[in-house]
Design a protein around this ligand. Sequence first.
Ligand code: FES
Length: 80
Amino acid sequence: MEIKVCIGSACHLKGSYDVIKKLQAYITKHQLDQTVTLKSSFCLGKCSDAVSIQVDTDDVISMTPENVENFMNQLVKKVK
Ligand code: FES
């Protein structure tokens, strides 16, 4: 699974770096390095929903650093 985090200017301003840090911390903590690849991406086209992320080819969704843990818990449940 690949998670792309937008680092375009709108998302950057809204904290994409923090989202990436939180995702990375989650992946490390839960030993998901083999399952989840984290990538940064240029504008995903949903700047008004920044920070935008995309899992594989799913819809682009809006993420905040505070929501990362919850989101990843749900995602991991789906994968297992
Ligand atoms: S800058 Fe992130 S979706 Fe456009």
